[in-house]
Design a binder for this molecule. Structure first.
Ligand SMILES: Cc1ncc(COP(=O)(O)O)c(C=O)c1O
Length: 391
């Protein structure tokens, strides 16, 4: 083992010294040790990547596509990705308005690095995916949370107006729909009302729509369609095509902004991996309809409906899970809360859940169940959760 020179230990970025270890990873380790747990903590599809996409990746390797690829992704990928967005969600992006990133994870970091100066504020409705706040902080920005826990976990025009009034200099706002951890989706009217306000501002609107192919009861409505001139749209193949390990996301935005984002993107990664780009080209092109054609969407919906019924039967309050693969429900008031509660549930009900506080203080008192696991697991977990909560 190599020892770091003692005096160098604290000479790294001071922000790292306050970073907390990832509690979800640690909890998953605990669950493994307990054994016999039905794990509803995972945030990635349990399906395999469709075969035709795997073949595209293998073909790319076989033809020795081993040199640095185009930084923003190949024209073929950007063409297919723009057509995917345009035909499915009514946007009007050209291939030059797309960057292929190393997952939406890179898109998040590259975007904040592109738009923020030190001290700039970013409005983040919470609870939400924790990476936005972490990235804002690491690039020197300031997080302004908007608590949406009292409004069915959706940002309301009133909350938005109030946040803008108290933070008139804010640079950007993050809107994630379908939501993680909540699974919420906005209706057309709800989005129109937010867009009417956002149009009057100078805010960049960061729209993370990575779960867009998983909207169950209505068509997905993209901010890339409603507010293209302000929106920095994220999407990708991680969730839509069960390709989390391939690491391909996309940013779609007006070209003037894409050109600036491209500078940071190139600095971060040079270019995404060729075989993954080839696979994503297949996914967005011939595989555009895979979520439906392979039966994945129907399967997710079946699981959602079952789990939702169980939560209703247990008499618990929930946020309506219109999309993604999460069910967000309120823990009963009791002695045990948050991490202690999920530990108890794991020990007694043998089901793994994530406590809401993992997604920000505004998630306190809530629980996230992922249904990215087999229907059999969902059926068994449902029975065990009902027994636990009703006893
Ligand atoms: C809302 C949201 N955005 C982004 C990501 C990361 O996506 P990727 O795998 O493309 O980096 C996730 C993953 O869970 C997510 O839930």
């Amino acid at each position: 083992m190599t020892q770091l020179k003692a005096t160098l230990d604290t000479r790294t970025n001071h922000l790292l010294h306050h970073a907390k270890p990832n509690a979800i990873l640690a909890f998953n380790q605990e669950l493994k040790q307990l054994g016999g747990i039905i794990n509803l903590t995972v945030g990635e599809p349990d399906f395999n990547t469709p075969d035709h996409i795997k073949r595209a990746a293998m073909h790319d390797i076989e033809i020795d596509d081993s040199h640095y690829g185009p930084s923003n992704g190949t024209l073929a990928l950007r063409t297919n990705a723009s057509q995917f967005l345009n035909t499915r969600y009514g946007t009007h992006y050209t291939p030059n308005e797309i960057i292929a990133t190393v997952g939406v994870t890179e898109a998040i970091y590259a975007t904040f690095q592109t738009i923020l100066e030190p001290g700039d504020e970013v409005l983040i409705p919470t609870p939400t995916f924790p990476l936005y706040a972490a990235a804002v902080t690491f690039v020197g920005g300031r997080v302004v949370t908007i608590n949406i826990s009292e409004s069915d976990f959706k940002l309301t025009p009133k909350q938005l107006t109030a946040a803008i009034a108290t933070h008139p200099q804010a640079k950007a706002i993050v809107l994630t729909a379908p939501g993680n951890p909540t699974g919420i989706v906005y209706s057309q009217d709800e989005l129109d009302a937010l867009v009417a306000i956002l149009k009057t501002t100078e805010l960049f609107v960061i729209a993370d729509e990575i779960y867009s192919e998983l909207v169950f009861d209505q068509p997905h409505i993209s901010l890339g369609k409603l507010l293209p001139e302000q929106t920095i749209l994220f999407n990708g193949v991680s969730k839509s095509h069960a390709m989390t390990g391939y690491r391909i996301g996309i940013i779609a935005a007006p070209q003037a902004l894409i050109d600036q984002l491209a500078v940071i993107h190139q600095l971060l990664v040079t270019a995404p991996t060729n075989a993954a780009v080839a696979a994503a080209t297949e996914a967005f092109g011939p595989g555009a309809n895979d979520m439906i054609d392979t039966g994945m969407k129907a399967e997710y919906k079946k699981r959602r409906d079952h789990l939702l019924q169980a939560i209703e039967e247990a008499g618990l309050t929930y946020a309506y899970p219109g999309g993604a693969f999460y069910l967000w429900f309120k823990a009963p008031v009791g002695d045990l809360q948050d991490w202690n509660l999920v530990r108890d549930i794991a020990q007694k009900a043998k089901v793994g859940l994530i406590p809401g506080i993992a997604f920000g203080e505004d998630g306190r008192g809530w629980l996230r169940a992922s249904y990215a696991t087999s229907y059999e697991n969902i059926v068994a977990a449902s029975t065990q959760l009902i027994a636990y909560f009703k006893h």
